[in-house]
Design a protein around this ligand. Structure first.
Ligand code: FMN
Length: 169
């Protein structure tokens, strides 16, 4: 049977949503039934066999909705394979090496017994919401630091683990 994977995300300016869409596409390419959904659109994780949960980083924390989602669905999430991702750094650091989760996300990794966590580069461009966001863009420190190849490779690793598990329960 095809594994159903939920890629849930919390995004303010849309770039984490974009990453979630890329992850879901890469999982589908590997034969999984994956869909990307904003956390607010997900009532239950019951229909899914595995979950990828991602949050945009603001001031050293995940967007609150992502944390709330994790707490609210904790019991169901701990019964399923779960991976977490963060999106944030507005420079090349996420591409150059593994960035550990911020403390609040590390707590979720432990609590949900997540199989893995990765930090992807973020994106802030014209039209970003918020005064500080606009200041960052205006001062030339914005840009798109997401790396589609890095995202695809990470998603393929997730798919490999899930497919292996179905083959050898
Ligand atoms: C006010 C503000 C605070 C931010 N704080 C962080 C941070 O603590 N760590 C980080 O890596 N990125 C930080 N960023 C960058 C965002 O995480 C990045 O732009 C991300 O891609 C936004 O995701 P979204 O488009 O899904 O909202 C911050 C951006 C803004 C505007």
């Amino acid at each position: 049977m095809t594994e159903r994977v939920l890629v849930a995300y919390a995004s303010k300016n849309g770039s984490t949503a974009g990453i979630a869409t890329m992850i879901a596409e890469a999982l589908r390419e590997q034969g999984l039934a994956a869909e990307a959904r904003a956390v607010g659109e997900v009532e239950s994780v019951g229909p899914y066999d595995a979950v990828v949960l991602g949050g945009a980083l603001y001031a050293g924390r995940w967007r609150r909705e992502a944390v709330r989602f994790a707490w609210h669905h904790e019991a169901d999430l701990t019964e399923r394979p779960v991976w977490l991702f963060s999106s944030g750094p507005l420079d090349a650091t996420a591409r150059e090496g593994l960035i550990p989760p911020v403390p609040g996300v590390q707590r979720l990794v432990d609590r949900l017994k997540a199989r893995g966590h990765v930090t992807f580069g973020g994106c802030l461009q014209d039209g970003a919401k918020g005064r500080i966001a606009r200041m960052i863009v205006k001062s030339g420190r914005g840009g798109d630091f997401r790396d589609p190849e890095q995202i695809r490779l990470w998603a393929r690793g997730v798919a490999r683990e899930l497919v292996k598990e179905v083959a050898t329960p």
